[in-house]
Write a protein that binds this ligand. Structure first.
Ligand code: PGA
Length: 245
């Protein structure tokens, strides 16, 4: 199934600049937009471009509201490597987004269900997510929606797969025990008014093919993006290399 908005760029920087422009357009059209940001290596360039372009163009982020896609359970938000720490450093500080404009999962919660309900209620009370930026794991996860996940779920706790733990440890600058995550669910990805899925590099080419050209299945959580009517899939040439479309 072909997606409405599949974009293939020559390189990572061009892809990142295009993603940043799409986010800026959302905020220009709707300054009070609800934005959801992923962490990881993939969006680093987008966030860099977003900060630079927002500054150059004077785009106002003072009325938007930001939520996090996921968080490692058991990891405090002030630890480098936590999603909170990364978003603060790469997105909120550069854009001048204040703590009152942000709601993230608390990785130290001992009441995961209540934490999830709080997030679900907040998204609903703000009228849903206007723009969600996600990466993709080599196993097809989006956020921490690992293979086998129920696509009807909203925020939930997830036991993480070995490949996720393996790539996750590179985000931390010291050994950090991680086993589980808390994440928005695929239902919320599908309900977001606009989703940007980004992937770059050869390591993502096989899963990108399965995601876009394979059957829609919990075995490849990202494949549900085929059902989204306003999803943008932004790839560099390497990540797109196995597509036959
Ligand atoms: P990456 O991670 O951006 O560091 O490749 C993506 C993901 O696992 O969702």
């Amino acid at each position: 199934m072909s997606l409405p908005h599949l974009k293939i760029y020559n390189d990572y920087n061009t892809m990142s600049a295009a993603a940043a422009e799409l986010i800026l357009d959302v905020v220009r059209l709707k300054p009070e937009a609800v934005l959801c940001f992923a962490t990881g290596n993939t969006p680093v360039g987008t966030y860099r471009e977003l900060a630079a372009k927002a500054r150059e163009s004077g785009t106002d982020f003072s009325r938007c509201f930001c939520i996090g896609l996921d968080e490692w359970l058991g990891v405090p938000g002030n630890k480098s490597g936590s999603c909170k720490y990364i978003l603060q450093e790469q997105v909120f500080d550069p854009l001048g987004i204040k703590p009152t404009q942000v709601h993230l999962f608390d990785g130290l919660t001992n009441a995961v269900e209540a934490e999830c309900e709080k997030m679900n209620a907040l998204i609903d009370s703000r009228g849903g997510i206007d723009c969600m930026l996600v990466g993709i794991g080599t196993n097809g996860h989006i956020g921490f929606n690992e293979p086998g996940v129920d696509s009807r779920l909203k925020a939930h706790e997830q036991v993480l797969h070995a490949s996720t733990l393996d790539s996750g440890k590179h985000y931390f600058n010291e050994p950090t025990p991680i086993k589980k995550g808390i994440t928005l669910g695929l239902a919320q990805v599908l309900q977001a008014k606009m989703v940007l899925l980004l992937a770059n590099g050869v390591s993502k080419s096989a899963i990108i093919r399965k995601t876009l050209e394979g059957e829609i299945s919990p075995a490849v959580p990202a494949s549900f993006i085929q059902q989204h009517t306003n999803a943008y899939v932004l790839l560099d040439k390497e990540a797109a290399a196995e597509l036959t479309l």
